[in-house]
Structure formats: C-alpha cells, structure tokens
Write a protein that binds this ligand. Structure first.
Ligand code: IMP
Ligand code: MG
Length: 171
C-alpha cells in the first residue's frame, strides 16, 4: 500500500480544521452529523479539536459494496436519531468524489429546516465531480485514486489503517 497522507499530516490538518470550525461557530451550539461508516474516524478526531459546544448524530448511506465506482444512486440505510430543525448543522463525511452522496444528503437535510447547514470533508477528489456541492471545509485535495484507511474502506477492509493509502489506480 502506498501512503498518500501520513498519520502526522492527518493530525495536523484535523487540528487546523477544528480551529477553523471553532472560530466560525463561536458562541453557537454546533450539531455534527457524521456520514457512516467512512466518516467515523475523522469525526472522532475532529470533535476533539472543536472548542464550541457540540452534539453528534449519525446517518448511513449505501456504500459502493465491492466496487470502486459510484453508481450515482444514493440510499439512506440509517437515518438521524434526532430532528435538525432550527439547529446549526455541520455534515461530516470522509470523501467527496462524484458529489452525488453529499448533494443528495444536503437536499434531504435542507428540507428539514436546519438553521444552517454546511459540509466538512476530509478528502476531495475534485477531478471526479459530476454534481456541484458547496463544501465549506476540506482536509486535503487528492488525485483520482481509490484510497483506504483512517475510517475509509475497500469492501469493509482497511478502515483501521492509521494513514490514507492508495489501494489501486483507477484512472
Ligand atoms: P460520491 O457520492 O461519488 O461523492 O462518493 C462519496 C462516497 O463514496 C464517500 O463518502 C466514500 O464513502 C465513497 N468513496 C469515494 N471515493 C472513495 C475511495 O477512494 N475509497 C473509498 N471510498 C470512497
Ligand atoms: Mg461515505
């Protein structure tokens, strides 16, 4: 496995993101919504770098299964446990690739009338975008490679790697 982002680089960037988010949301109660399963390690590290009061909730979307390509169809496998109406919501996900997942999630979450809704992703594969999504916080922009580790899987394996590695070249 080729290492793309080291544990030290991840820690440093997550710390910066946490500081940035904390200063943007000063004096607000932030509600973090994590997209399972890939976002869980990122959320766990990020939340400890956020200094404003925050609550968390989780939702799960359908994964690629054993494929490394999105089919553009997004399904909610697990919905939020608590309503978000009137809340200050930050959606936290591992990767924005084609953009289908976050575009869909932003649309359905907006219908629930949050006070505000922004998006934070660890990794951005800009080259692959098919739908435009407004992302307020990005950890790293990465090339068009299939990556694993730090919560991100291939067929449910490799989530435990402490770094982001390149699984295989899909270009
Ligand atoms: P999108 O809908 O194409 O933007 O895909 C978003 C989701 O696909 C991400 O949240 C990941 O769960 C998954 N994904 C996209 N690229 C990769 C990758 O390189 N490795 C593992 N999962 C990925
Ligand atoms: Mg995901």
């Amino acid at each position: 496995m080729r290492v793309l982002i080291t544990p030290e680089q991840l820690a440093q960037r997550v710390c910066e993101l946490g500081q940035h988010i904390s200063s943007d949301y000063v004096d607000q109660d932030l509600h973090l919504v994590c997209v399972l399963r890939g976002g869980f390690v990122f959320l766990a590290d990020l939340i400890r770098q956020i200094s404003v009061p925050c609550s968390i909730d989780f939702l799960a979307t359908s994964s690629y299964g054993s494929s490394t390509e999105s089919n553009g169809v997004v399904r909610i496998l697990k919905d939020l446990d608590t309503p978000i109406a009137g809340r200050t919501v930050l959606l936290v996900d591992d990767i924005v690739d084609t953009g289908f997942t976050l575009d869909y999630l932003c649309r359905i979450l907006c219908e629930r009338s949050p006070d505000s809704l922004r998006v934070c992703v660890l990794l951005n594969k800009e080259e692959r975008r098919e739908v435009e999504v407004e992302i307020s916080y990005v950890g790293f922009s990465i090339p068009n490679e299939f990556v694993v580790g730090y919560g991100i899987d291939y067929n449910e394996v490799y989530r435990n790697l402490p770094y982001i590695g390149i699984y295989k070249n899909i270009t």
